[in-house]
Design a protein around this ligand. Sequence first.
Ligand SMILES: [Zn+2]
Length: 490
Amino acid sequence: MARRPFLPAAALAAFLAPALGAPLLAPHPLSAQMTKADVAGWLDARAEHLTDVAMRIWDLAEVGYMEKESSALLAGELEAYGFRVTRGVAGIPTAFVAEYGSGKPVIGVLGEFDALPGINQDRVPTRQPIEGKQAGHACGHNLFGTASSAAAMAAAEWLKSTGHAGTIRFYGTPAEEGGSGKVYMVRAGLFDDVDVVISWHAGDRNDASPGSNLAVKSAVFRFSGVSAHAAASPDRGRSALDGVEAFDFMANLMREHVPQETRIHYVITDGGSAPNVVPDHAEVYYYVRHPDSETVRSIFDRLVKAAEGAAAGTGTTMAYEVVGGAYARLPVVALQELVYKNLKAVGGVRYDDEERAFANALKKTLPAEPALETVTEIQPFAFEQTYASSDAGDVSWTVPTGTLSTATWVPGTTSHSWQAVAADGVSIGAKGMMVAAETLAFTAVDLFSDASQVAAIQAEFRERRGPDFRYQPLLGDRDPPLDYRVSVIR
Ligand SMILES: [Zn+2]
């Protein structure tokens, strides 16, 4: 194939245009028994049950590394179908791998199921938290895990019916939100024999464009000082909060001297307890992001220097702990073309009258654009740079990884909002979930049917990754922070 070097957004967009007209897949003479229409029918017949599973995970709303019941529910579904399930992989109790079939190719499907702390909302189109509930599915991971496991089962059904060689493997991946769960699974070598990975995410539109996002590295910086009476003997004290504040000040000055697309954000997670006590402990939690992983590494190192300088200048000491890290997503255009073709074939989301009324009510709390009708459309195929991060980035540098988003949310909804929680808990979210399940299942069928397509995807992947690439997790060699949601790790 023609050389396709990794290009910046504008140049990549330019070379995408001719690729769109290229033929995608040749039909395979052997895959006659179960057609894609049959695969869709198989999934449609299970829509009610799948919705029930997704809504149970929505109700559970378990946060990162604590998704005991959600993980068990999905693993149990796959096991009941006939998948071989291995639980507790990569040193993470809620991570699991479930596979069906044998031989090559090995197609992986990613499934998340963690909720977000500090946000919850009832299944209504106006702001209404559920009293006493600590977390909510504000990123649609209740739909994510369910659709991906359903797609894996549909692909298994197709393998069974056609007698094709191949392995479909579902990855139950915990703690996407800040816990970098997939990174530990990549580091443990769980993706080493996989040919292609497919994934998706909840969204407010149907899109299978070959985009990228931001690499991230996060850490908690802890300052230690000497406590004293803040009025009677301040000269005896050394304030750990001064250390944090001096550090934050330097980090904020640094913003002028970092590359344009850098993001640096922090929260002070411990600033002392009382103004009349000089705090002997203070702590600040930082994220650094940029489209390029190596740039993230170097900005993070400068941040550490600032923290060291702040400690020296305030007479305190500092120690930091890396909490998370992820690569930016590496897109593979040939794989996205395949996902896009299948998303087009499946089509968008169509609301019934009740859903339209719910969406219209929710829309009153959202921007007018994009219009509700966009849920029925598929977004044009074009390079997209987004500004969040995902631990799926590390998977995408290990195995060619394709993805899509579907309209599980009312247009104009952002992730991590109460409007997302609301839609994730009703049939609007479930309809988007079924679009994703069918698109992923179709894509798996295509990959099993045509070895040359898999080879072309892998060739492009190797080309983009470059010959000198060596995987070095941004989070280093730390163990999974299994208690990061109990308290910020101390
Ligand atoms: Zn998410």
